[in-house]
Design a binder for this molecule. Structure first.
Ligand SMILES: *Cc1c(COP(=O)(O)O)cnc(C)c1O
Length: 387
């Protein structure tokens, strides 16, 4: 029967491994899995070696992790997925799956900063060179490809500055030269951007954000296509990576409502973004869903919708004015991360080096599920404090 992603989010992995017909999976916390006999143990090991999803030990194919991984793989549109203890661990795991000493990777200048730092420290130490590229480069990326380029890493929209990348154009060139295309799909999730259909080979999904959705868990996934799955699996099993069962449970529970949450996030974010566009304190709103955004045309071509994270560029103001605005917010909590049910605010300092940020102070908002009029009133009072 036809099953849309909305239905998959609700139905998928619901009763698998359940012994009591409960709607949700029972919890399995485990290191050891018991076998009936030596022959049984041998047979199960062989089947696991052949990539069957059979639990043999706490790190291998336990029910919570499998349920989460298989559902996220379907939502993102890939072949298989593997869970990690954080989104950052998933970034490292995806890249490490594709490189060896002497290789070269291309990374978007708009990428999540800790991922950049992984490239500049650990990867560098392992003899892998990173070149950052303009997120808007498109097919022009061909000029940066070297014979030893094995990865083209993308993130769209980019962290903090929200550039929309021409993923199909970049992927076409990368594949022509045999490089794997990795994409951080945190902002859109597989509901709003079908990365694999646009040429991506491996998706990094920091499920800490919209999938989990409740600011109570750190978790990441790497979703691979059929070609790249063996390298993701083999590299990361041996690195001991897998999310814990309680974290998988919370993420599965959170993602059952991701579709409805995202719709509300998007609707409120658009209302707030348009209101901010009319404010004299704001130089620019950086949100691809706005017609005025430079990335709007490609966003409209490739995405199915927007989520609730965007930034504003303020007109010049003093640090004291900025602090007065932010410190006094009633509903916008000041803190890292985003994608939870509650609204958050943060100042942003882009770490781009190819095109260093030359604009004014950026303030990033994660629009939560509160009443949008309350949020606007909070922002309005903030501008009054800014003076
Ligand atoms: C938060 C974030 C990550 C990392 O996720 P964690 O689970 O916090 O480690 C990766 N990429 C992007 C774009 C993010 O915003």
């Amino acid at each position: 029967m036809r099953q849309s992603k909305t239905t998959k989010l609700i139905q998928q992995s619901r009763t698998a491994a359940s012994h009591a017909n409960t709607v949700n999976l029972p919890m399995h916390r485990a290191s050891t899995v018991l076998f009936d006999s030596l022959a049984h143990m041998d047979e199960v090991q062989k089947r696991q070696g052949a990539d069957e999803q059979i639990p043999t030990y706490g790190i291998f194919n336990m029910p919570q992790a499998l349920a989460l991984e298989n559902t996220v793989a379907e939502i993102e549109g890939g072949y298989r997925a593997m869970s990690f203890p954080s989104g950052l661990a998933a970034i490292a795991g995806a890249i490490l799956s594709c490189v060896k000493s002497g290789d070269h990777i291309l990374m978007t200048d708009g990428s999540y900063d800790p991922g950049r730092r992984f490239c500049d420290s650990v990867l560098k130490r392992l003899g892998v060179e990173t070149t950052y590229y303009d997120p808007l480069i498109g097919a022009g990326i061909e000029a940066l490809i070297r014979p030893n380029t094995t990865v083209v890493y993308t993130e769209s929209p980019g962290s903090n500055t929200f550039e929309i990348q021409d993923i199909p154009a970049i992927a076409k060139i990368a594949h022509k030269h045999g490089a794997v295309v990795i994409m951080d799909n945190a902002w859109a999730t597989g509901l709003l951007f079908d990365a694999f259909a646009h040429g991506v080979d491996m998706v990094v999904q920091p499920a800490t954000k919209y999938y989990a959705g409740h600011s109570d868990v750190l978790i990441g996934l790497v979703i691979a296509n059929e070609k790249t799955w063996p390298q993701v699996r083999d590299t990361n099993y041996i690195l001991g990576q897998r999310a814990a069962p309680d974290d998988c449970f919370l993420t599965l529970r959170g993602m059952r409502t991701m579709d409805v949450r995202l719709k509300r996030h998007a609707e409120s974010a658009m209302t707030v973004a348009r209101w901010l566009q009319g404010r004299p304190e704001v130089a620019r709103v950086l949100y691809p869903a706005l017609e005025s955004d430079p990335g709007h045309a490609i966003w409209k071509r490739d995405f199915n919708g927007a989520s609730g994270l965007f930034a504003i560029e303020l007109k010049p103001c003093s640090p004291q004015q900025l602090a007065a605005m932010i410190d006094g917010y009633e509903y916008f909590g000041l803190g890292y991360s985003w994608g939870g049910f509650e609204s958050l605010v943060m100042t942003a300092y882009p770490t781009r080096t190819v095109n260093p940020w030359t604009g004014g102070q950026l303030v990033r908002f994660s629009i939560g599920l509160e009443d949008v009029n309350d949020l606007i009133a909070d922002l309005d009072a903030g501008f009054a404090r800014l003076g």
